[in-house]
Write a protein that binds this ligand. Sequence first.
Ligand code: AHR
Length: 514
Amino acid sequence: MVVTSATPRATLTVDPAFRVGAVDPRVFGSFAEHMGRCIYTGIYEPDHPSADDRGYRRDVLELVRELGPTVVRYPGGNFVSGYRWEDGIGPLTERPRRLDLAWRAIEPNEFGVDEFMAWCALARAEPMMAVNLGTRGVAEAAELLEYCNHPEGTRLSDLRRTHGAKEPYDVRLWCLGNELDGPWQIGHKTAYEYGRIAAETARAMRRVDPRVELVACGSSNPTMPTFASWEATVLEECYDVVDHVSLHTYVDPSHRSVGDYLASAEVLGRAIDAVVATADHVGARLKTRKRLGVSVDEWNVWYQSRFGGEHTLDWTERRHLIEDVYDVTDAVVVGSLLITLLRHADRVNIACQAQLVNVIAPILTEPGGRAWRQTIFHPFAQAAATAGGVVLRVEPEVATYEAEPVGEVPLLHATAVHDDATSSLTLLAVNRRTEGPLELDVDLRAFPGHRVAEATVLTHDELRTCNTADRPSEVVPRALRQVELTEGRLHAVLPPVSWTVVRITPSPTSPEIR
Ligand code: AHR
């Protein structure tokens, strides 16, 4: 990549003394909803050639393990607000077919709680369950928790044992409903109505199992007219009985310039700041030292304006629904969203990319056929694999540009994660510049005797390039050639519109590891 005197330069300093917070591994979560083909012909397809004896697609499972989600949220999403969890347990032949009002689909109930728990164990992911506070309430939530977590000796815990799970599932993470601020939600509520039912459900659930971690529904999008006031009213009612408040954020690339789109993570960052400020305001009013975490339990790129809405759907099973195909820029934006989540490591302790398979997902499948990695698979997999440890505060000095709707944003978006145990450092960086490369100059004098162990970049000359079943590896991370670390300074050249990961480790000759 040709660098000239006109090439902008970003400088930053990384020092282990300046800590934002430890990365909670649960920020690398995902989401599996009964929607479209996420479950059926996604993770579960008994007739598929790769299916195991429980009907799980082995090809998908392998890709999920490679992707590395630490938690998977289930069963919705909007779906959960009309869901009867009891329909999805017991002998398959006795399970009812039902109307799913959220997505106007037929739900066969072949896959339910027990199938999900067994699949999570195979996927090496922690389950995160949502309860239905749309059409159901306190009793059904407490009963589902009893089914999952009570050891034995009651009707529901013994029923679980009859269904093959002798040991409790011990599910810790529970969402108290889904997006109940949205008029599209079955059982939509006012903030006060929701705050009350969330509080009473939380109290009952804590009686069943005091070890649960509970997430109250925040806003379904920072653009909601009730954003922030919803959180304030809800938390006034349930602050003391919940642990986290949720935030959902989807970014839509349609009808925007590439530069504006590349600044999308700024929208997420400001929304997280606003939710934290609102929660802390309520905490201050309640005169409590308790601080809530933020669970960004739905986030992603979603070409939402291409979706006609639920009303355009008819009663179908396994419908191809919002199966967005992602290009290079989408992958770079996903990388940038991950950087924002990490930069908020002091308060964001759970995050779920929505969704896992087929539905706005990093993995696509053909019914009965192939499964492959979308472009957005790679930044997630790389971050989940390398960004463990403590996030260090980095503030790049670099030129900015004007983007809608956020205003001035820096050309470089970056974070650094330090693993104290191995003294290794991971730099994650996005070059938002569309016109050309960006020089990166990092002061690493706080890491003497370190070397570049690996440096990769995801980009492409043609930003519209996607991965397909026939060409699944068009867009993958490749070695970053222009990178060197000498005398405590890292110098790299980042191609336009790119996602870069640099791993820096103590060199074998370093006194630290001799
Ligand atoms: O992930 C798709 C949908 O987006 C979810 O069902 C809902 O919670 C959100 O609006």
